[in-house]
Design a protein around this ligand. Structure first.
Ligand code: DOR
Ligand code: ZN
Ligand code: ZN
Length: 424
């Protein structure tokens, strides 16, 4: 089986940026760049499209095992490939928690059976996410976990986090931190500030995030471990990460499309679709996030895809679950950064591919002989977000109805076409 992806702009950040052909043979990449005239079983016309390494989302919640009515591994993987992602890292806050090899293997089995995106399990730092005892890192790594995180919650105890970092350092795996100082966040449900005051809702200050970012940086410095900071939402966290990087601390960080697209104003009508943790911040924070993507302080864009059903979302704002889905909107929202002149296209592609792959130790790239995980993007294609048509089982999306530009038109995993966009 020989597939030629023909005439697109091939961008593999740091390796190649050229117009030409990508040839895939028996699941592997055969050649990248030169025009190919040999007979192919299938030719994909990629003229006016981008041909890039399969997008990688290092932060998703797939809800299986335990909450399959919100998302299953199969439905999440379908949403991933529809959004152009060929691989996702699945957070461990399932029921049961992914704190043992049996759950890790279950996730991998389900992902294999779905046969869509690759799913890399993230195992918990502490058993049951309780913050009391460390999970068995060796066994979890052996089973296929790529990183450790208690995401959904912070690791409250500093001594516990220190031990986790010391343990993870031995495996050269990142500790992925949901940075939240719970005591300061209190019973806040949105960003602290004028909008919260107007709505009569309890606020969460930026410091609830940045204090924990600073603590975790201090512990990474103490232990020499690799720290990856989740979903950075505010200027103070960014300043701390920037300074730590300048000192040579092994810290990386991600943000999500909602933090560089929306502000706390999105909550103004008590719209629970815009409720997430950390919360949407001010325009100044959004600007800081954009600047940090541009200057490299923020390494990756990840979605924090957090599916919830209407049972958890169509309730009083105070009571509503935190989280928004992101897999099927991340690409066009991210491409807006290029249209807005925030960063060059190549840098944007890097933040969705090779950079997060490097942090999580995942294969990525258009490399002859390597696995053919490829995304073809039509950057000009205009379409309207329609949550009803998502492959995700959930609909908690504040971008529903938005006109957007750019989408994945073809997604290939291991040389198999796993998604093709319907004709425009
Ligand atoms: O908004 C969020 N949703 N933040 C989290 O930390 C957890 C996530 C979830 O699992 O729903
Ligand atoms: Zn989180
Ligand atoms: Zn999360």
């Amino acid at each position: 089986m020989r597939i030629r992806i023909s005439g697109g702009r091939i961008i593999d950040p740091g390796r190649i940026d050229t117009v030409g052909d990508v040839v895939v043979e028996n699941g592997k990449i055969r050649s990248v760049g030169p025009p190919d005239s040999e007979a192919a079983d299938q030719v994909i016309d990629a003229r006016n499209c981008l041909v890039v390494p399969g997008l990688i989302d290092v932060h998703v919640h797939l809800r299986e095992p335990g909450h399959e009515y919100k998302e299953t591994i199969a439905s999440g993987a379908a949403a991933a490939v529809a959004g152009g992602f060929t691989a996702v890292c699945a957070m461990p806050n399932t029921n049961p928690v992914n704190d043992n090899a049996q759950v890790t293997r279950f996730i991998l089995d389900r992902a294999r059976a779905a046969g869509l995106a690759r799913v890399y399990p993230v195992a918990s730092i502490t058993r049951g996410l309780k913050g009391e005892q460390l999970s068995e890192f060796a066994e979890l790594k052996e089973a296929g976990a790529v990183a450790f995180s208690d995401d959904g919650r912070p690791v409250v105890g500093s001594r516990m986090m220190r031990r986790a970092m010391e343990y993870a350092r031995g495996f050269d795996m990142p500790i992925v931190s949901h940075c939240e100082e719970l005591d300061l966040a209190g019973d806040g449900v949105m960003n602290e500030g004028v909008v919260a005051t107007r709505l009569g809702l309890a606020g969460i200050p930026n410091a609830a995030e940045s204090i924990m970012v600073m603590r975790d940086i201090a512990l990474a410095e103490l232990t020499g471990a690799r720290l990856h900071v989740c979903h950075v939402s505010c200027a103070e966290s960014i300043a701390a990460i920037r300074a730590a990087k300048d000192r040579g601390v092994r810290v990386t960080a991600e943000t999500a499309p909602h933090y560089f697209t929306l502000t706390e104003e999105a909550v103004a009508e008590y719209d629970t679709r815009a409720k997430m943790n950390p919360p949407l911040r001010t325009a100044a924070d959004r600007q800081a996030v954009r600047q940090a993507l541009a200057d490299g302080t923020l390494d990756a864009i990840a979605t924090d895809h957090a599916p919830h059903s209407i049972l958890e979302k169509e309730v009083e704002f105070d009571q509503a679950a935190n989280g928004i889905i992101g897999l099927e909107t991340a690409l066009p929202l991210s491409l807006r950064l290029v249209a807005d002149g925030v960063l060059p296209l190549t840098d944007l592609i890097a933040k969705l591919t090779v950079t997060p792959a490097r942090v999580f130790g995942l294969p990525c790239g258009l490399i002859p002989g390597g696995a053919a995980d490829i995304t073809v993007i039509d950057p000009q294609r205009t379409w309207t977000v329609d949550a009803e048509r998502f492959a995700s089982l959930s609909r908690n999306c504040p971008f529903d109805g938005w006109p957007v530009t750019g989408r994945a038109v073809l997604t290939m995993v291991d040389g198999r076409i796993v998604y093709e966009a319907p004709e425009a």
